[in-house]
Design a protein around this ligand. Structure first.
Ligand code: ADP
Ligand code: MG
Length: 672
């Protein structure tokens, strides 16, 4: 007995719908993508009850002839590709030819369309119920297409049960529309929810060159999120290196020049981050995608500018030869696969890093810049690196309790530094904004825009505020003149700029400076300065820790931590970098090991490279709660200014916090 039979068209469509149409937002996505593929200049989306009772998408695109309108409801009917080879170079959003028949099979569906480039004013109207054509009529109306989808899943009660609450379904729809609006700033979008207008985004007409596109995106971001200014532009192009067999019969690979990859858009300024990946909008050839590799690349690009447990904010577009990416791996085309995944990751990380470096300015990020030298903090020994004296002769530094802001007895305050008379703050209540003589910090007196920069990492802002918008690129804080006011709590340096109040975390700044200094030494293969301990200490550890430490010995040695094997599970510590003053060398080693192990779990152990070790060693830098003199503070800020990534410590915590006059006025109730 034969048991196999072909499924009816209706059942086949419902099965396809199961994959493509998950929820009302999938309907919105498919319909809007069709409108965009039809070159619409204006798209209007209306929903009711979270899209369960109605989704209506209206566009002014190409429209369809009557024959096409009937054909588009057939499975595998598409105008976008013809041959299998076309799959390798898809330039449209759609290509599978299954969205419309799928949606029509699980809803009450109404299609009205009129060709844009046809003289005859007559259009077509087709009524479909659960996939069956009920009516075909002539219809009037403007050129373009309107598709109305009512009572989604009315014939699939099980599916309907899986839908979430109206607000949740609406949020999914709005999220997709945000992505579409970001990818197509030149298209006007209107979004109506239960009869209320949520958005009316005007078309952004701009040039199509890179600067024009960035400008258009910025405009669209502003329309969507408001006019806050915390994003940095990214505009990066590079060649994908591809490898081909050299044809020498031995299968050796040679690098051949391959297509250009372009990465452009906006990313959060240093200190702007979120607790989730929610505000990472990533597009590949204008298609919003989910790709963990790209998420990681973004994190990698931020490197030390990101705090643990935080995620970057970004709206980034990747343009790549369609042949180098596979978009046909997910029915809803949400995921993509790159043929050269690691190459693409590398380039995206590089693009992000470059944007962060450019933010601080080419002057300080030039690779040829000489390593910055940390000037001594009050009470700390003269750095040995400047001294011709052999390290062996150096007496050990006086032990200092493993200090830190947290361990300072509460209520005690460091004496104010001894300011030279010229730096003594002027206090004239009548003229609160009077410019005081700037510190001799050599700041390029860049343009001072009052209130131009929101605090990069001020108090915990409302959750969504981080991602809100971008208008103008902020003027980096270290590019405006700063005047020293004083120090509070022996840790926070109070500075004033023409924009308002600036606080600097002495210890975070010091850590950043030391970290970059260590890295630049490593790059130039210089051995880090190291200071012999008067009494070398032995440390005994567990067998597992011993093998872990053994792996890190070379990196530690290059960074000035001289640890050597002294038995199977015993190590001898006999020198430390001069800025580390470990009161208890044993405890120092054990803590270092714990921190490194934690870092290894957090990144993956492969990445436990020198920079991770350097970062961890810097954490043990003298906690700068010694009172500093004016010139020392000046040196600290000046050294920070010369860092490539000055706005965060190597662990991603802010070094500087700004509160502009606008915010101060708000706090004091002078303005709303
Ligand atoms: P696909 O987008 O993969 O081609 P769809 O089922 O989404 O498949 O659409 C089928 C076809 O219907 C499209 O190829 C297109 O020619 C036509 N079509 C769909 N929506 C519109 C629209 N809004 N304007 C003009 N043509 C459309
Ligand atoms: Mg489609």
């Amino acid at each position: 007995m034969n048991r196999i039979r072909l499924l009816s068209e209706q059942v086949a469509n419902q099965i396809a719908a199961g994959e493509v149409i998950e929820r009302p937002a999938s309907v919105v996505k498919e319909l809007v993508e069709n409108s965009l593929d039809a070159q619409a200049g204006r798209v209007t989306v209306e929903i009711q009850s979270g899209g369960r009772s109605l989704v209506r998408v209206t566009d002014d695109g190409l429209g369809m002839s009557r024959d096409d309108a009937l054909l588009c409801l057939e499975r595998h009917a598409t105008s976008k590709i013809q041959r299998a080879e076309d799959l390798a170079a898809i330039a449209t959003m759609g290509f599978r030819g299954e969205a419309l028949p799928s949606i029509a099979s699980v809803s009450r569906f109404l299609l009205t369309t009129r060709e844009r480039d046809n003289e005859t004013p007559e259009g077509t109207r087709i009524v479909i119920g659960a996939g069956k054509i009920l009516e075909v009529q002539a219809a009037g109306g403007p050129p373009g297409t309107t598709i109305e989808v009512r009572q989604l899943f009315f014939n699939l009660p099980a599916r309907r049960k899986f839908l979430r609450t109206e607000p949740t379904e609406s949020a999914h729809i709005q999220h997709y529309l945000t992505l579409a609006a970001l990818a197509f700033p030149q298209v006007a979008f209107t979004f109506l929810k239960d009869g209320r207008q949520v958005w009316q985004l005007p078309p952004v007409i701009g040039r199509s060159d890179p600067a024009g596109r960035l400008g258009a995106l910025r405009e669209r971001l502003r329309a969507l999120y408001g006019a806050e200014q915390k994003l940095l532009p990214v505009d990066f192009a590079a060649q994908l290196r591809s490898f081909e067999s050299a044809g020498d019969g031995e299968g050796s690979l040679v690098a051949v020049p391959a297509p250009l990859v372009r990465v452009w858009g906006f990313i959060g300024a240093p200190g702007v981050s979120r607790q989730t990946r929610e505000d990472q909008h990533l597009f590949v050839n204008r298609r919003p995608v989910e790709n963990r590799g790209l998420n990681f690349a973004l994190m990698e690009g931020y490197h030390t500018s990101l705090m643990k447990g935080r995620y970057p904010v970004a709206c980034l577009f990747l343009e790549i030869d369609p042949a180098a990416v596979d978009i046909n791996i997910h029915p809803a085309k949400r995921e993509v696969r790159f043929h050269q995944e690691s190459e693409v990751r590398r380039l995206v990380a590089q693009a992000v890093r470059q944007a962060l470096l450019d933010f601080h300015g080419p002057a300080s990020s030039a690779p040829s810049r000489p390593p910055t030298t940390v000037r001594p903090l009050a009470g700390s020994p003269t750095p040995r690196e400047a001294s011709p004296v052999a390290p062996e002769c150096v007496p050990p530094s006086p032990p200092v309790p493993a200090a830190g802001g947290a361990e300072r007895p509460p209520g005690t305050q460091a004496p104010l530094p001894n300011f030279p008379p010229a730096l003594t703050p002027v206090c004239d209540p009548a003229q609160p904004h009077v410019a005081q003589p700037p510190l001799r910090m050599g700041f390029a007196p860049g343009p001072v825009l009052p209130g131009a920069l929101p605090p990069p990492q001020a108090q915990p802002a409302p959750a969504r505020a981080d991602a809100r918008g971008s208008a103008t690129t902020p003027v980096p804080l270290l590019r405006v003149p700063l005047r020293l006011v004083g120090v509070v709590g022996r840790l926070y340096v109070v500075l004033e700029s023409d924009r308002g109040l600036v606080l600097l975390d002495q210890h975070a700044a010091h850590e950043r400076i030391l970290f970059e200094q260590m890295l630049s030494r490593l790059e130039s293969s210089e051995h880090a300065p190291s200071q012999k301990l008067l009494l070398p200490a032995t440390v005994e550890v567990s067998a597992r820790d011993a093998s872990f430490i053994r792996d890190q010995l070379p990196a530690l040695g290059r960074l000035g931590v001289e640890l050597s094997e002294f038995g199977e599970r015993t190590f001898l510590l006999d020198a430390l970098p001069p800025f580390v003053r470990a009161a208890d060398p044993r405890r120092f080693v054990l803590e270092l090991v714990d921190e490194l192990k934690a870092a290894g779990q957090e990144v993956n152990s492969l990445r436990l490279g020198e920079h991770v070790v350097a970062k961890t060693v810097c954490r043990h830098a003298v906690k700068a709660n010694d009172p500093l003199t004016g010139p020392e503070l000046e040196a600290l800020v000046e050294n920070l200014r010369h860092c490539a990534m000055p706005y965060t410590c190597p662990h991603g915590r802010p070094t500087l916090v700004e509160m502009n006059f606008r915010e101060l006025e708000k706090k004091f109730g002078r303005t709303q």
